[in-house]
Design a protein around this ligand. Structure first.
Ligand code: CP3
Length: 344
């Protein structure tokens, strides 16, 4: 029997009267119940590795809002940690990792298939969610795309322009390429295991794709994602894949085909009207309300939400933000967005 889940229907190319909706970072610090559970776990990473509590925070926005999809609670930086990098979070600043910039540092990383013992709590979280989610809610797994993960592994932190990763790419291509390949294979292995544990869709986050110029964009954003989708499709042909080459701009055109993805997630740097004409013609798109509306709310939130829904109503669309919701967002604005999408 084919599933009636709206997110899966949109991902298969169906145009629905009301787009299904979920939100990047829907389990996060803007929710008081998330902050309470994180305090119970101790800190963010302890929460990621505690299957009961990670499942609990994944379910919180589903209970509060009834989103059509839930995204596994974890982080893209768990893969570097499973490969042997040190990882910690500095409150108010973000992630910190031990850096990989030399052959000697690269040589200390584990093989791509040796990540599963470390990541086993994540698969356990998936197992709990597969049982506990409402029957009409789609479970989305995810990983970072190789370029974005590499930018953190090379710099040891988030950077405004990904300078250290660009420098390694230009100055020590052998180490850079070896690192990209290790991450690519670990990601295939990790996402396969998530699918085997029960996720129904996977999403690749290439949050820093936009800083890759010219041929580098194809070589280091699109191509590694294509290698991952081809390997996953060979093993799990029925699992849809969403790719998010954030900041791609005009290079969103043709991305479905070049990546081999079922859906392309759009940031708010492109308009929904443009995407309807140039991207949605190739398949499902997801996006792309600016997350600042979750802070400011009001009439602008309502009119922008309506504009996006209308612009993309002629083809398969999953409503979402253009990037993750921020900690200063008002939970009532999230409800207003959902009501606006569903009232049509
Ligand atoms: O979307 C979800 O609700 C699922 C869980 C999820 C998290 N991170 C939880 C998280 C997902 C899908 C991610 C992806 C992620 N993580 C990305 C790609 C998407 C994007 O935002 O571009 C990146 C680049 C990361 C790495 C990361 N994790 C950073 C840079 C930070 C610090 C910045 C920040 O927002 O604080 C994190 C921490 C993080 N990941 C939090 C959450 C809920 C906040 C940590 C906390 O609760 O203290």
């Amino acid at each position: 029997m084919t599933s009636q889940k709206t997110v899966l229907r949109a991902l298969r190319g169906e145009t629905l009267p009301t787009p299904p909706i979920w939100m990047m970072r829907q389990a996060g610090r803007y929710l008081p119940e998330y902050r309470a559970t994180r305090a119970k776990a101790g800190d963010f990473l302890s929460l990621c590795y505690n299957p009961e509590l990670a499942a609990e925070v994944t379910l919180q926005p589903i209970r509060r809002y009834g989103f059509d999809a839930s995204i596994l609670f974890a982080d893209i930086l768990l893969v570097p940690q499973a490969l042997g990098a040190d990882l910690w979070f500095v409150t108010g600043e973000g992630p910190r990792l031990s850096t990989i910039t030399t052959q000697a540092e690269f040589d200390k990383l584990k093989p791509a298939d040796d990540i599963h013992e470390h990541l086993s709590p994540i698969y356990e979280t998936v197992g709990i969610l597969a049982k506990e989610l409402p029957s009409d809610t789609t479970l989305i797994g995810f990983a970072g795309a190789p370029w974005t993960v590499a930018t953190y592994m090379i710099a040891g932190k988030g950077t405004p322009d990904q300078g250290p990763a660009h420098a390694l790419k230009d100055e020590n291509r052998a180490v850079f390429d070896a690192l990209m390949e290790r991450i690519t294979h670990a990601t295939i292995s990790y996402l396969s295991a998530q699918i085997e544990a029960g996720v129904e869709v996977v999403k690749l986050f290439d949050s820093w794709a936009g800083s890759l110029q010219d041929a580098d964009f194809m070589r280091y954003s699109i191509k590694p994602m294509q290698v991952i989708t081809a390997a996953l499709k060979a093993k799990h042909p029925n699992t849809p894949i969403i790719a998010f080459p954030r900041g791609a701009g005009e290079r969103y055109v043709g991305a479905h085909a070049s990546i081999g993805a079922d859906c392309i997630a759009l940031d708010d740097g492109v308009t929904a009207e443009w995407a309807a004409r140039h991207v949605q013609t190739d398949g499902c798109v997801q996006g792309n309300l600016a997350s600042s509306h979750m802070v400011s709310g009001g009439d602008a939130l309502v009119s922008e939400t309506r504009r996006i829904v209308d612009a993309l109503s002629g083809g398969p669309h999953i409503f979402n933000l253009g990037h993750g919701i921020t900690p200063d967002a008002d939970p009532e604005n999230v409800q207003l967005m959902i009501d606006t999408v569903r009232q049509r």
